[in-house]
Design a protein around this ligand. Structure first.
Ligand SMILES: Nc1ncnc2c1ncn2[C@@H]1O[C@H](COP(=O)(O)OP(=O)(O)OP(=O)(O)O)[C@@H](O)[C@H]1O
Length: 309
């Protein structure tokens, strides 16, 4: 479990984290989202004692991080995958960290296997690809078999197999009852991995809800219907708050009624439907809607460069 209470971090005049409160619960994957510069890394750094809050507090498993006598066994962290010593082999790197925390070589071998690093465990970390470095960072985070895991951009640089591996690992860790906090800018990946989301913008919390609620709260869901009797169906379902539009392919899109209500109305009127689907918005749409106006760094033109020809 991770908690933050009235947590503030100021760098000079810059308020990076602006009095936030949240609880990250065990048994779930919680996604931590926000535009560049929103304050995610600063928050994660404060949780694990790498940055001191200007005011407020954070706790991991019921105590401030620094008060844990064996922090590696409480919380596993991946904040900077490039932090490993380049001259050592992956095995030696993990063994050195394990030794300073009273963790045996057997656990080192175990996490090497878990992270899919068996074939490169004897190789110098300096020669690792970004993806291998990420795997090593995740192996390090898991070394102490911690109840809480915090990973900042863990899929950065991973190939599709690696991305899927991280997703499955996170889901399994949560299913074991652990607390998993995960940041990523990959919305489709987050949508498949997280149960709950905390979204921040300019240091403030914009949403802290189950993922389905974040999506339904920030996007419009519609019912898409296809029938040979579009005109009659439109007349049948017309009413206050019901908006219908005819799409280019002849299907009609209805907002203001659930798919069930449309199906019942059609059935009562004896109208045969060839297709009916409830279309909810995507996490990406919800995220863009939620963070509009909260983006610190935005390109001035969506079309990119090429203005001077
Ligand atoms: N050491 C520092 N000194 C001064 N300002 C800082 C420092 N660290 C972070 N900031 C500022 O605090 C704000 C939050 O930064 P932070 O790195 O926490 O954002 P983030 O959400 O992790 O962004 P990203 O998605 O780009 O990693 C930014 O405006 C950043 O420039």
């Amino acid at each position: 479990m991770i908690t933050a209470q009235a947590l503030v971090k100021q760098y000079g005049n810059k308020v990076a984290v602006d009095s936030i409160d949240f609880t990250v619960r065990p048994g779930q994957v919680t996604g931590f989202l926000g535009p560049n510069g929103a304050g995610k890394s600063t928050t994660m750094r404060m949780i694990v004692g790498l940055d001191k809050p200007t005011s407020g507090r954070t706790e991991v498993n019921g105590r401030p991080y620094r008060e844990h006598r064996a922090p590696l066994r409480e919380v596993g962290v991946l904040l900077d995958a490039k932090a490993a010593n380049g001259g050592r082999s992956a095995y030696k790197h993990l063994l050195a960290i394990a030794a300073t925390h009273g963790i045996g070589a057997a656990r080192v071998k175990e996490v090497i296997g878990l992270a899919g690093l068996d074939s490169v465990a004897g190789k110098r970390v300096g020669g690792f690809s970004l993806g291998m470095g990420q795997r090593l960072g995740i192996a390090t985070a898991l070394l102490g078999d911690p109840a809480t895991i915090i990973l900042d951009e863990p899929v950065n640089g991973l190939d599709p197999e690696g991305v899927r591996w991280v997703r499955t690992l996170m889901r399994n860790l949560a299913a074991e009852g652990r607390t998993v906090l995960l940041s990523s800018h990959l919305m489709s990946e987050m949508a498949q991995t997280a149960d709950r989301l905390i979204v921040i913008g300019r240091g403030r919390i914009l949403a802290d809800d189950p993922i389905a609620d974040v999506i339904s709260g920030a996007t419009r869901s519609v019912t898409r219907v296809r029938t040979h009797e579009s005109e009659r169906l439109m007349a049948t379902i017309a009413g206050p708050g019901v908006v219908v539009s005819v799409l280019a392919d002849g299907a009609i899109e209805v907002s203001g009624l659930t798919a069930e209500q449309v199906a019942v109305a059609a059935s009562t009127a004896g109208i045969v439907l060839h297709e009916i689907a409830s279309m909810s918005g995507s996490l990406e749409e919800a995220y863009i809607a939620l963070t509009a106006g909260e983006v610190e760094y935005r390109s001035s033109s969506a079309a990119g460069t090429g203005a001077h020809k």
